[in-house]
Ligand binder design. Structure first.
Ligand code: GDP
Length: 458
């Protein structure tokens, strides 16, 4: 039997051990699997408590089972769900029992979603929303993914496609009926008005989408400064606040430590570029180069220096190219300086520095000025992400297709008067593009790359 026709199973809940674990089975053998293991098939969509047994009659677990008959299921196939106790031994026994049934096998990553898509249960933008939802770190990312999953972009694209088809029908009808190949004005005019309006809508959606993409990727803040300025201490302090940490993540390299934070719902990645300094050691120099690269690519740089140290400036290219740089003077608890009257976090115009420069005085060890710094980071994040609530375009793929669509519609408009067949042909391209956004054509390559990113069991 072809793998696509086989019945698949997977753990659909989180990583064991857990209180309850949900194992989903999808495909033609889901019913027989329930019969074999639970001894019965319950009424559809009614939870039933049963004893699960393997083929030798050994008890696997006291469990709840559910039955969804095709096509009224998440995948569109027959689906069985086993809600068992989430210990590894139970799961192992259940997986063994399932695998022993002919044409039942463990699922590949994303295979459940792929089947749901192939059976018309979800469109491609919804599948992508689901992928984002599984990987959403913060509340705002989760909300955005949910919106997309509910099909906001999908709904809009379907509507656009419907209207394009309407406009196209008007023009094609005109071509069929016209004597000399010229579409009568009373057909062409409303069609072109519709096309112009759609193009503007798509362009507006694109313009609003930059923020959504940012939300997906997060804001990167680099903490840079000379050795011993207190970068790691500050990073640790920020990471420990308010249980703000999303996933503590000990660095990609020895030289760059990353921490993912949830600041007021915004995903922020802090990177500590510990190693930035002059050095002769070639290995170390490579680390410095990499750390500099990361800091230079950040969206905001916190430049840390001792409060009473000399006025060190960051090495190039950090803080260049318009990236805002905040000057953070650390170790105020040790400072021998008189308080110069500058309040922590106050905007201070320093000669030769842009308006993006802010000035903070903190003690990473004692905590002075940290609240201020965090509040400033939160408002920076808020402004940087914008409201991000509108567009639903979160992927490069969406953006590309919509750009092509807008360009193709503009071309359609420009072709008016140069032969209506050309107009009709260009319009067909737009319709195809919109179909591609919804995953109606040309999709196998997108599918492969999308679904392999899913967790198994999704
Ligand atoms: P990094 O090299 O920039 O990462 O600096 P570290 O975070 O490792 O800090 C270097 C040293 O400075 C450590 O001994 C810290 O305990 C100390 N340090 C960091 N911040 C402060 C501070 O606000 N006050 C004082 N007194 N010491 C600090």
């Amino acid at each position: 039997m072809h793998p696509r026709e086989q019945t698949i199973f997977a753990l659909s809940s989180g990583r064991p051990p857990s209180a309850i674990a949900v194992v989903r089975v999808s495909g033609a053998q889901a019913g027989p699997a329930l019969e074999d293991i639970a001894g019965m098939i319950p009424a559809a969509r009614v939870a039933k408590r049963v004893m699960l047994r393997d083929s030798r009659g050994e008890v696997i677990d006291d469990a709840i089972v559910l039955w969804f008959r095709a096509p009224a299921s998440a995948t569109g196939e027959d689906v069985a769900e086993f809600h068992v106790h989430g210990g590894r031994a139970v799961l192992h026994a259940l997986f063994a029992a399932l695998s022993s049934i002919d044409n039942v096998r463990a699922a590949e990553p994303g295979e459940f979603t792929r089947r749901a898509f192939e059976n018309g249960k979800i469109d491609l933008t919804e599948a992508e929303g689901l992928d984002d939802l599984i990987h959403a770190d913060t509340e705002r990312q989760r909300r955005q993914a949910l919106r997309q999953l509910r099909g906001l972009l999908g709904d809009r694209a379907r509507e656009w496609r419907r209207q394009l088809i309407e406009a196209s029908a008007l023009i094609e009808a005109g071509i069929d009926f016209a004597d000399e190949g010229d579409v009568p004005e009373d057909l062409l005019k409303p069609a072109m008005a519709k096309i112009g309006q759609l193009r503007r809508e798509i362009e507006q959606t694109l313009a609003a989408s930059a923020q959504s993409e940012r939300l997906r990727d997060g804001l990167t803040v680099a903490i840079a400064g000379p050795p011993n300025a207190g970068k790691s201490t500050l990073l640790n302090r920020l990471a420990r606040r308010d249980a703000a940490i999303v996933s503590p993540y000990a660095g990609t390299t020895r030289d760059v430590i990353e921490v993912h934070l949830d600041l007021d719902g915004y995903p922020v990645m802090l990177i500590d570029t510990a190693g930035i300094r002059e050095t002769e050691d070639p290995v170390e120099r490579e680390g410095v180069r990499r750390a500099q690269e990361r800091a230079a690519a950040a969206d905001l740089v916190l430049w840390l220096a001792d409060d009473d140290g000399e006025d060190a400036r960051p090495p190039r290219p950090i803080g260049e190219g318009g990236v805002p740089l905040w000057e953070v003077r650390n170790k105020v608890d040790l400072s021998s300086l008189e308080d110069d009257g500058a309040k922590p976090g106050q905007l201070e115009a320093k000669p030769g520095q842009g308006a993006a420069t802010r000035y903070f005085r903190i003690s990473a060890v004692r905590g002075d000025g940290i609240d201020n710094l965090v509040a400033a980071l939160e408002s920076f994040a808020g402004a940087w992400f914008g409201s991000g609530e509108t567009a639903g375009i979160t992927r490069f793929r969406h953006r590309n297709i919509l750009r092509e669509s807008a360009a193709s519609l503009a071309k359609t408009e420009a072709l008016v008067g140069q032969g209506d067949e050309f107009v009709a042909e260009e319009l067909r391209i737009s319709i195809q593009l919109m179909g591609r956004l919804l995953g109606r054509v040309d999709i196998d390559d997108i599918l492969d790359s999308l679904f392999k990113d899913f967790c198994i069991g999704k």
